[in-house]
Design a protein around this ligand. Structure first.
Ligand code: C5P
Length: 298
């Protein structure tokens, strides 16, 4: 009897990002915007299994599977092809992607999937490439992919790909909500460019070495805000009630928009506060999508 060898799969998580503030500081000649943004990562994540196979393949499941292509346009397959080209590994890969991060929602779901694939394949194929080599591949896959590869709080500048460590953060908790309306990033940047044909140079409030309380962090987030908010509202007006509801939560320190939306976040001092606010909001707005620290997804 013949023996079939089944390659051991890897199994990684791809955490969603939240932009606690996002300022647009300029525009490049190619139309990309220059940003200054604080990225943090959440307990909300997609899950990717991958194994060596005869043909490249991806199977997508999970709540948001319908929003993701299962062909070469998928960022997991793109990241894999890029790694194969660079490394010369001939054998294709198959993947199962469980999609729990809403798509086109300002949470960097696709970017996180691409970043997790790069770093998983670096281990799986025992390439041992240093981080700077993976970061330069990440840049080819999208502006947010380098930050997702770091997967720790970072300040992003340039088009989002020049990274430095974030100021020290206090312990905090996030509640995430959106109106379940896909809000493609290019549409929001286009609306921003129409409304801001010229971007005047301005000095942004300086960043401290660290924030020692959620109240201090909230004050600085309020001073920075998210410059894409008006453009995001023009693309997805349903953001307004979500943001208002988050601002009205008990014990909320600050609420804002993540990235180009439509996901909004509320900042709390403790998981208990974020969990309680989430449960209360879901009761009144069952039609919205939510995530909070103890929410069971899937
Ligand atoms: O790089 P990524 O694919 O995530 O960007 C999607 C689109 O968002 C770009 O095609 C561009 O229109 C816009 N964008 C931008 N400035 C950035 C990042 C993205 O204008 N810094």
């Amino acid at each position: 009897m013949g023996i079939t060898l089944i390659a051991m799969p890897f199994d990684v998580l791809a955490p969603a990002k939240v932009n606690l503030f996002l300022n647009v500081t300029g525009r490049r000649d190619d139309g990309y915007h220059l940003l200054e943004s604080l990225f943090v990562f959440t307990g909300l994540a997609d899950r990717i299994d991958g194994w060596s196979s005869e043909l490249p393949h991806i199977h997508v499941s999970g709540e948001f599977a319908a929003g993701v292509s299962a062909d070469q346009a998928n960022l997991v397959l793109q990241a894999c092809e890029l790694m194969r080209r660079e490394s010369g590994v001939a054998k294709p890969m198959s993947f199962c992607l469980e999609k729990y991060v809403p798509v086109a929602a300002g949470l960097g779901g696709g970017s996180a999937d691409a970043a997790a694939t790069l770093s998983a394949l670096n281990d799986y194929w025992e390439l041992n490439w240093p981080q700077h080599r993976l970061l330069s591949l990440a840049r080819e896959l999208g502006a947010d992919v380098p930050a997702c590869l770091i997967d720790k709080p970072v300040i992003a500048r340039g088009i989002g790909d020049e990274l430095s460590p974030a100021p020290a953060l206090p312990s905090y908790a996030l509640l995430l909500a959106n109106p379940r309306v896909e809000t493609p990033t290019p549409a929001v940047f286009k609306a921003f460019a129409r409304a801001n044909p010229a971007i005047a140079a301005r000095s942004l409030p300086s960043l401290p070495a660290g924030w020692d309380s959620v109240a201090a962090l909230a004050r600085d987030l309020a001073a920075r805000g998210n410059d894409l908010l008006p453009a995001a509202l023009s693309v997805t007006p349903g953001i307004t009630p979500v943001l208002e509801a988050l601002r009205g939560c008990e014990r909320v320190a600050y609420a804002g928009l993540s990235g180009s939306g439509a996901t909004c976040f509320a900042l709390f001092a403790t998981d208990e506060d974020a969990n309680a606010a989430g449960e209360a909001l879901l009761h009144d707005h069952a039609e919205w999508w939510f995530w909070w620290p103890d929410k069971i997804m899937g």
